[in-house]
Write a protein that binds this ligand. Sequence first.
Ligand code: GLU
Length: 415
Amino acid sequence: MPELNPFAIAQAQLDEAAEVLQLDPATHELLRWPLRELHVTLPVKMDDGAFKVFQGFRVQYNDARGPTKGGLRYHPDETIDTVRALAAWMTWKCAMVDIPLGGAKGGIVCDPRKMSQGELERLSRAYIRQVGRIIGPEKDVPAPDVYTNPQIMAWMMDEFSFMQGFNEFGVITGKPLPLGGSAGRGDATARGGIYCLREAGRVLNLELNGATAAVQGYGNAGSFAHQLGSDLVGLKVVAVSDSRGGIYSPDGLDYESVYAHKQQTGTVLGFPGTKEITNSELLELDVDVLIPSALESVITEANANNIKAKVSVELANGPTTPEADKILYDNGVYVIPDFLANAGGVTVSYFEMVQNAYDYYWDIEMVHERLDKKMTAAFHATHETAQKLKLHNRLAAYVVSVARVAEAMHLRGWV
Ligand code: GLU
């Protein structure tokens, strides 16, 4: 279905913002497309001795405000259009939290769950041998995303450093702490989302302590949302899920025990004392707060009317389609849109780049304080624009971010 092509969705969202902002046609057209993209073909020796050939991408969407920034996904369903959409969203995300970076994204079509550590290392190094020519701290800085992690970032930084002939820690973020990683990068995406939820609680007059929540996805974003949602604002998380399905308990789920179960068994399913539910049932639960933290296009025209949550905190990129956005808005669901809610990850990635550049590292309190300031400012810029112009929050976030990128392009004399 064309409307579920994420890049067509990203362009349609931009078109609406361009209309509100009355952008001139050239500025609008330039923002509809990536500035550059590289397609790579990667031969990798597998453990059985045979070679397998993988396809990969890196899309540099827009660098008017600074070097491009964005994660790398390893996923069997990756396509150039998902990567383009995600690169566009990174552009709006960096502008949203007002950090001096543009947007990019990369991906490799592969199933990391079926690969050994050695195969993953060789694939990651092969990717850098091709993409290395267009990345670097002054050009484009990758980071973790779906099914990539600090170990993969370490191999990539190492490969790039060998290509350069010196250690270049700042080429990539989300690195392990001993290799120039930043304190607080691990849970930054979820933490930023929970800071936004705290602010939403204030403006909506919604008591979050004891409020029920459901979290879809149990990767880096979802699992930390379970932990920090409970620890920072007192949410009672009653349901969580991963790609295999979900679990529900009206009494609430203890983070430490569910996380340990997932570590041991590879899934949240089978956690004692819970009822098994599907991922789509989880979205429709009667809870106060919904936290989609998995993949794109899960809330669509087909199920938006069944969403009962008062607030949706989008830690995933692109979980809600444009048709669903309108339905949620009409039904009074307060959406904290993806490139605001999940901007904490790239914000701490930016802090990591700054620390790498001056080779001096901050303590965790400093990271949290500066992250909170960025997220709180971005939340209120969006909320106030939505109220003033009577727009849903995603369109308001677009209006704020696109105006910032357009201003940079105008000042540079691009259009
Ligand atoms: N992949 C994350 C995102 O979608 C983080 C990107 C980064 O840190 O550069 O925001």
